[in-house]
Design a protein. Structure first.
Length: 167
């Protein structure tokens, strides 16, 4: 059998005391010059050819991170306690149980007290004239939060009534 291997160089590649240069890790999975078959979207066009990583714009490498963040946010919102779907209810109960266990482990018993949703609270969130800008900005944020909560509740109620009407 033939054994072929590149000979290991005994002479150093760098000057004495100089650190070895780091080669940049390629960002893309395919080598430059690779024909990307199946990605052509014109009828008689040629398939695109991959370029070097530095030839692509910088924003291209981060565009999928936004989608991941949105998916994570959607997962956090997924699972409603009062959903029609049993799977969604179980998911919400599981998440709530994990959250309560975490709060108990931290020793935060005050956080376990039942929360009254903002749309059911009877508080005055109007800004006052002589309280200052910070107070008025905070009041505006509370009003916006209240508006969103009320819209979400109305939307859920409409969905529920439509579902019950269809039965």
């Amino acid at each position: 059998p033939f054994r072929y291997a590149e000979p290991k160089l005994s002479t150093p590649v760098t000057a004495p005391g100089e650190a070895l240069k780091d080669t940049p890790v390629p960002r893309s999975q395919c080598v430059a010059g690779t024909v990307l078959t199946g990605l052509n979207y014109t009828k008689a066009g040629q398939d695109p050819v991959a370029k070097h990583d530095d030839e692509y714009p910088e924003w291209l490498w981060n565009c999928l991170d936004v989608l991941k963040r949105d998916a994570d946010a959607a997962d956090a919102e997924a699972g409603d306690e009062f959903s029609k779907s049993k799977k969604q209810r179980k998911l919400a109960a599981k998440r709530q149980k994990a959250h309560e266990a975490k709060l108990l482990a931290e020793g935060n018993l005050e956080a376990l007290a039942p929360k009254v949703p903002i749309q059911h609270q009877s508080i005055n969130i109007l800004g006052e004239e002589n309280k200052g800008v910070d107070h008025n900005v905070e009041a505006a944020q509370k009003r916006e939060e209240l508006k969103r909560a009320m819209r979400k509740e109305r939307k859920a109620k409409i969905k529920e009534t439509n579902y019950l009407k269809s039965m």
